[in-house]
Design a protein. Structure first.
Length: 95
């Protein structure tokens, strides 16, 4: 079973969620870099950076910005990851 799918990655910017990157989410993964993921975290990879200097919500080592995590695996809060299908449903195109 393939547990990966395209996603949009957001961060909290004040009181609003801001889209900062697009990538893939790995739903079934339970650990990353030797650390167990909590129930509210998921493994993602960033395939397209939209805001270079946005801070990642779960920094590791010397990785602080979205620009540093291009094509890397990292932990992201589950409530800030939206599948592309969810995004389309929540934000239908305006004609």
């Amino acid at each position: 079973m393939d547990d990966t799918h395209p996603c949009q990655l957001y961060i909290w910017d004040g009181t609003e969620k801001t889209l900062v990157a697009r990538g893939k989410v790995f739903e079934a993964t339970t650990a990353l870099h030797g650390m167990k993921l909590s129930e509210d975290e998921v493994k993602v990879t960033v395939e397209e950076v939209l805001m270079l200097f946005a801070l990642v919500p779960v920094p590791i080592d010397e990785v602080y910005t979205v620009a540093h995590v291009f094509q890397c695996f990292l932990v992201w809060p589950r409530d800030l990851v939206f599948s592309t299908a969810q995004y389309r449903l929540l934000n239908p195109p305006i004609y």
